[in-house]
Write a protein that binds this ligand. Structure first.
Ligand SMILES: Cc1ncc(COP(=O)(O)O)c(C=O)c1O
Length: 453
């Protein structure tokens, strides 16, 4: 009908294939000038594939950014979010609530191991980490241990970009632009030891003793000053570093001995990546708090959360009943759309058995990624667990990161999305991945590695 845009016209109007201004948007963790000279734009996504602005199908080897664990464009999630936004767009979270927050919190609590029975909602992994660090310090004060303010992270750790997460994080470039970070922070050594562990399948044999370095930090600072240790059970963003056998157990034991809380940052490892709900369950090591984000809503609506033990929660639940127990929270904590997306996501994980699926595919995945050792050049280490793999390339002399970046661009051009950090390729597909997709990923990456300098 004249004057009425038809469906195609609406689609075309919404299609942002050719933005006319690339300048205004300051892109995160991106070489802005390099990107804008030759942009890579995504405009659609379904199941295992993205669609690029030039209409190509791109196999998603990274679940977006480690978050789209149930695959893209899942109808129940889309419908749940639609319904929720029409019913109630927003509800204030302070001194008010809405049913989906409570339902999602109890569903998450039921998935967490041991006595992690309470959930504090945030909007991102970074906020989850800063929240957990604040809860750790506030908990120590609540139990009369107010001298415990120190936080211990780990070299090469990534805990997001807030001041707390940056301080406990251990990736140099993420810190050095920003001057002094939080005081009272120290770091354990990382566990990457290619000289002893290169090409290990699953957990490395060597390195449990690196956990004992915590005893050194305890001796240096005195246990009465240390509130918490935070580690990623598997370090993701730094390039997939696995915990040596026995390492996490030892960290737990040393924390217990000295009254230090142990926080697992499971923003990447949570929600099935290792073939279990959380890495804590996979490694059978019980933390006092778990930070999570990404997979909790399948990446559809931003959300993070902190899982908190009974012991910690109960320490706050005393004093006068009208008193606010924790002076912390976000305008969008437990946002209705995020809760709707979260509930629909957890239903899919459960109904489709996606965590079990990841576990059952992990052997095929392992064989496939390790086959690259014999078929592709430049590889100095391959490591894997569940549905995640790190493939470390030898850097070009004098040009660190150049080889992996070249591989990333060539993969994208050939129809595969990978992630690179320094000279490490990380693969972490949606858990709905089929064996044929795994073959395709390994094949394309192998071909590209033969083409790069
Ligand atoms: C272990 C870990 N913690 C925290 C974060 C930060 O999450 P966000 O980017 O949602 O703030 C990330 C992001 O990749 C992560 O991998």
């Amino acid at each position: 009908m004249e004057g009425q845009p038809n469906a195609e016209a609406i689609d075309a109007a919404e299609f942002v294939g050719q933005p006319n201004d690339l300048d205004s948007y300051w892109m995160p963790f991106t070489a802005n000038r390099q990107f804008k000279a030759k942009p890579r734009l995504l405009v659609g996504a379904k199941d295992m594939h993205y669609t690029s602005a030039d209409g190509r199908s791109i196999l998603d080897g990274t679940a977006g950014l480690w978050c789209v664990n149930a695959g893209h464009g899942r109808t129940p999630i889309v419908e749940a979010v639609h319904k929720q936004v029409a019913r109630m767009d927003y509800a204030p979270g302070f001194q008010m609530g809405h049913p989906a927050q409570f339902e999602l919190a109890s569903r998450v609590a039921a998935m967490m191991p041991g006595d992690l029975e309470h959930v504090f909602f945030t909007n991102s992994g970074s906020e989850a980490v800063d929240t957990a660090l604040k809860i750790a310090i506030a908990y120590q004060r609540a139990i009369g241990q107010g001298t415990r303010y120190r936080l211990i992270g780990r070299e090469r750790g990534y805990h997001g970009v807030g001041f707390g997460g940056m301080a406990v994080g251990g990736i140099g470039p993420n810190r050095k632009q920003f001057g002094v970070t939080m005081p009272g922070v120290d770091h354990l050594p990382h566990t990457h030891d290619p000289a002893r562990n290169a090409f290990t399948r699953g957990q490395p044999e060597h390195g449990a003793e690196l956990a004992d370095r915590l005893e050194g930090l305890v001796a240096l600072h005195d246990p009465s000053t240390i509130a918490a240790v935070i580690v990623e059970p598997v370090a993701g963003s730094t390039g997939v570093l696995l915990p040596p056998k026995g390492y996490l157990e030892r960290l737990r034991a040393i924390c217990d001995k000295h009254g230090i809380l142990l926080i697992f940052d499971e923003v990447i490892t949570g929600y099935g990546r290792l073939g279990s709900s959380f890495a804590a369950e996979h490694f059978d090591v019980q933390p006092d708090m778990i930070t999570m984000a990404k997979g909790i809503t399948n990446g559809t609506v931003p959300m993070g959360a902190v899982g908190v033990s009974d012991k910690i929660f109960d320490a706050f639940m005393n004093g006068p009943e009208q008193a606010i127990e924790l002076f912390h929270g976000y305008t969008y904590s437990g946002h209705p759309l995020a809760c709707a997306a979260g509930l629909a996501t957890l239903d899919i994980y459960r109904d489709e058995g996606l965590f079990e699926r990841a576990a059952s595919l992990s052997g095929y995945w392992e064989d496939a990624v390790h086959s690259l050792k014999d078929t592709a050049p430049h590889i100095i280490d391959i490591r894997n667990m569940g549905l995640v793999a790190g493939i470390e390339l030898e850097p070009i002399a004098g040009k660190p990161t150049a080889r992996a970046y070249d591989a990333f661009v060539r993969c994208f051009e050939s129809g595969l999305l990978i992630r690179t950090t320094a000279d490490i390729v990380a693969l972490s597909p949606p858990l709905i991945v089929e064996k044929t997709h795994i073959d395709e990923m390994v094949d394309r990456l192998g071909t590209v590695l033969k083409q790069v300098a």
